[in-house]
Design a protein around this ligand. Structure first.
Ligand code: HEC
Length: 155
């Protein structure tokens, strides 16, 4: 088992953003790699998120927009479900909570560099970032935790 702190994102967040933009520095987190699978065991915010709020982030096009690529039966009320990625039904049985958190933060750490799934809590190593988003992750730490709590209900 290997433990290292992710500070690269923090350093990148301190690079000055477009004029007038507030910088939201990333909260540092520990990544644990067990048998080749990366996970972030502890909640970014220090406590578990709210699954109901997470369901809204997943469905909201300007936030997670997860339904553009994933089907989720529990959110059948929402109109469009894409199939670029696998259905997330039963996903809590396939990955533990720490790995689900890693997938939402930065899916490349679990699926490899080629994955088309965006990194939702990362500000470094991104291409073609619109100026207003430089230095800002797509989701806040709280939203990441809410999404992880929602995913954990998909058994
Ligand atoms: C642009 C498309 C895209 C978007 C948007 C996207 N994903 Fe993914 N996701 C994928 C793909 C593709 C995979 C399969 C892994 C791979 O092969 O790259 C995946 C895999 C996953 C997995 C693992 C599924 C399994 O059964 O192993 C989870 C969990 C997941 N995504 C959650 C999310 C969440 C939560 C969001 C929104 C916050 C999201 N994804 C947004 C494309 C996407």
């Amino acid at each position: 088992m290997k433990i290292f702190s992710c500070v690269a994102g923090l350093a990148a967040a301190l690079v000055s953003p477009a004029a007038g933009q507030a910088v939201l520095p990333l909260i540092p987190f520990d990544v644990v790699v067990t048998a080749g699978v990366a996970a972030i065991p502890a909640p970014l915010t220090g406590k578990p998120g709210d699954p109901k709020a997470g369901g809204k982030v997943v469905a909201e096009r300007r936030l997670g927009n997860c339904l553009s690529c994933h089907e989720i039966d529990a959110l059948r009320g929402e109109e469009f479900h894409g199939d670029v990625g696998p259905s997330l039904d039963g996903v809590a049985g396939r990955w533990d909570t720490g790995t689900l958190r890693m997938i939402v933060v930065n899916a490349k750490k679990v699926f490899g560099e080629e994955t088309v799934m965006p990194a939702f809590y990362r500000v470094d190593g991104l291409n073609r970032v619109r100026p207003e988003f430089i230095g800002k992750p797509i989701l806040t730490a709280q939203q990441v935790e809410d999404v992880v709590a929602f995913l954990a209900t998909l058994k």
